[in-house]
Every structure is written in C-alpha cells, then in structure tokens.
Design a protein around this ligand. Sequence first.
Ligand code: G1P
Ligand code: ZN
Length: 543
Amino acid sequence: MKFQTISTQPFSDQKPGTSGLRKRVKVFQHPHYLENFVQSIFDTLEIPANATLTLGGDGRYYNRVAIQTIIKIAAANGFAKVMVGQGGILSTPAASHVIRKYQTFGGIILSASHNPGGPDNDFGIKYNTTNGGPAPEKITEAIFAKSKTIAQYRLADIPDMDIDTLGTQKVNGFTVEVIDPVADYADLMESLFDFDAIRALFKTGFRMKFDAMHAVTGPYAKEVFLNRLGADASSVMNCEASEDFGGGHPDPNLTYAHDLVEIMYGDDAPDFGAASDGDGDRNMILGKHFFVTPSDSLALIAANARIVKGYSGGIAGVARSMPTSAAVDKVAQSLDIPCYETPTGWKFFGNLMDAGKVTLCGEESFGTGSSHVREKDGLWAVLLWLNILAIKRQSVEQIVMRHWLQFGRNVYSRHDYEDIPTDEANAVIQHLRDSMPGLVGKTFGQYKVATCDDFSYTDPIDGSVSTKQGLRVLFEDGSRIVYRLSGTGTEGATLRIYLEAFEPDSAKHGLDAQVLLQEMIQIALQLSQLKEKTGREKPTVIT
Ligand code: G1P
Ligand code: ZN
C-alpha cells in the first residue's frame, strides 16, 4: 500500500476519559488532531497480518469526514480490510457485536454518546478491542503516552471511498466492506428474546412509545419494533437521525427526553415508554406515569432474567458500577450469585464478562447490558423489558412495586452540577477529601457515618488497580452519598452527587425519591460545602 508519511506535532490534551477521547468538533477539526490520535491508537497495537478493523459511529456531525480519514490511516498502517457501517453508521452495541461476530481486530467507534452534536458541539473517538469492549485503561494510557510524542502519521494514497453502497470495494489490495448496520444486530436480538411473545403482547392492544431522540437507534428501532415485532408505526418517535440530533441533547433521562416524558405522564399515556441516547448504548424505561431508575431496572432484570429465552439457563453473576444503587446486590444475594462493584465506566465490566463471571452489568447512568456484547445496550434493555412484560402481563409500576415489596427499596437519585469552573469543582473535592477522616462516627439527622473512602478497585482478573474513583460517605444503615467528577464532559467540570437511602417500609414505597431523600440531599450539601464553594443553588440535572 502506497502511503505518505506526514510530519506532525503532538497535542497535549489527548487523554481518553471515561469512554474515549471527547472534544468539541472544533478541536477535532484542528489540522492533524484526529490523525494524531488515530495513529497513536495504531502505534499502540500490534496489528497482525490480514487484520480487519470495524468502523462506524453515531452519525453526528464530522462522522463522515472522520470515517474517510480513518480508512486511509488504517490502510497505511497495515490493515487489510475495514468493515464500515453503511453511511458510516454503527450504534455502539452494534459495533461491539460486529467486532465479535466477524472477529475483527477491534474497532473504532465515533461518538460522543449522549453529548449534543453539530459543528459547535461534541465529537468523540474510541478504540474497542477484539472482545468488542472499550479498551482497558492499560491500552488507553498507552495511547495517551504515544499521543504525547507523536512526530508523524501515515495516510494511504487512496481516494475517498463510497461508504453508502452496500458491498465490497478493493483498492491497491486493500478492502472496504460496507455492511448493513442493523441486520446483524437485529438478528442477535431475535436470538435472545421471545419475539413471538412480544408480538402477541402488541396484538393485545399494548401500547409503547420508543424515543430515538433523532439519534442512531432510529433505523434499529424501526427494524426491530415495526418490521420484526409488528408494533404500530406510532410506537416509535424521533427516528429520523440527524447530524445534530434535531438540535437536542440525546440523553435519555427525565430532563432531556422531555417529549417522551410528557407523553408518558400525559392523559393518554401508553403502557410502556423507552428512550435511547446518541450512540444507542443507554436506555430509559418508563411505565404509565412511572419512572424506573436504572439501578432498579438492573435489579429487576436480574431478578427476572430466567423467564427470558436468552437467559433461561440462569445468570452467572452481576456487576454494577460503584455509584449504582445496591438494589441488584440484594437480588444477587437471593439468587446466590456473585455481585461485583466496579469503578464508573463500562470498560471495567469487560474482564468479568470475558472470564464468564458475570452475565448482567449496569450503571446508574442509564446503562444496562449483558455478555451478548461488550458494551451497554439500549435497545437490548428495552427488549428485555418488553419480554418480561409479555410474559408477566402486569404493568411496569406493578412489577417494580412487587419487586420493592420483596427486596425493599433503594431510594436513589443523582444530582449533577454541570459546567462548574474546574478550580471550584476541585476545591469541593479537596474539601471533602480533607474532612472525610473526621466524619466517621458523626451523626447527621437519622444517619450515622460508618466509613468514608476514596473508592479504589483491584480487577479480580488481571490485578490492575484503579484509584480515586469517587468519594464515598457510607452510613450505618447502608445509605450513602457518593461524590465524583465526570470524566466525559468537554467544558468545565461536572460534579455528580449520588444519593441512596434504603427504605424497607412498603408504606413509603409510593413516595417520590426526591421527597424520601430530602434529608440526605441536605447532608450532601452540608458535607461538600457545594453552595459556598461554587455559588450553585440547585443541580443542573436530577435523575
Ligand atoms: C458517564 C456516566 C458513566 C458512563 C459514561 C459513559 O461518565 O456517569 O456511568 O459509563 O458516562 O456513558 P462520567 O461523565 O460520569 O465520567
Ligand atoms: Zn452512549
């Protein structure tokens, strides 16, 4: 393959965050910026002969430009073939599946997940390894190290490729195969869930509303819900993907998925509502006038997995990120299966799934998934819920209330303070770090502090240690407050406060989480001195 070697200079800011490198589009548009990072990835890998790379993204602004560039750099770095989703599209879970199914030498996924898109918003890139999952820290750190010393990159002498026509093109011995981004993924879903049962549920007049938020899941949702499951066309909304997600913020939560929330809390609400994010890995689950927290959703899925075709043999174990509520721990205990607590970010689940130790994983941040791929998977979660509903024939609210009756309720909420000046956010964290040792044994209202720590995790499979993963104040009754700075933002700092209080009393289960957590919220503010140090009166987003 003929290629040019282009001289470049390093950028100092290419440290991958919680899920890859995320920056403003304008930053990615700096000459050599994308190229440097992609070359740094390839310099870190030992690319075998005849290797194939999976490539696709969530379709946001700059996706198509980046795809052409990456194809040329891949060709110049020894890849024999690139498999790219038609139009440059692959949802994150679909990309993970393609890597696994075709055993490609990993893949590059272009997405800034739920962050807004468009010329003034965000773009992102990450490398997933051959298991289909996000590269572990060892690799992302090595990529960062390379990016700091890079002096040149390689660009193949090939024209822009046609990424819109399905099929195979060859140029100078290098192959680009454009694949249907939906078909393999839809087949996988059909293998896991009882589509007949779900079809029968729709035939009873059961109504659902899925909101694709103008993002990547639009075509996937149409194929799965409408074509394969026979749902009525009104069951999906915002399925026309656009480069700026219709100008919206494609994050499926109560704040940003407001169109759907209005419908689900309206007079003529359907039975089931769901939404997914920019790249299709997140999910929000709603019933009629009812919100299911992601932590509860994970617990419920674990408790009911056995009734679902793909999991009828039982689940090996579960894992949740540290800030996710302990609701699933209780289910694991009752099933007598292990439950792992990992740092925030899907990459920490990969080793556990590869080793067969866990089947289901979840994060409080609207991420749920299983070992069918190595990413969280929004539509998978929606289908799993549909499958449970199809078998139980109870409402979403009934299912959740019965679950709480059995296990108690881990009342949960996350308060995000977005776009805080970095020094102010650091001051809050520093203050907490300094004061934590003195908190142990102190009582705040009805809560007594049992321990405080900065969460650190030792991977049980490879022994790698991740420190400083969030400050925890743990109370004697199992309630807790966790503070963490976001690792996915591109502007200022986002401080996340995670609040959890265990409520065994079923008489209180019907109450709103914010009401039940009132005292906890005050304690969290008092301990952090957030108002004093940042001047913020209230959170930007409450989930
Ligand atoms: C956020 C979520 C985290 C998730 C990540 C990628 O990261 O909190 O659970 O894995 O997005 O979707 P954060 O911004 O908190 O670092
Ligand atoms: Zn996402």
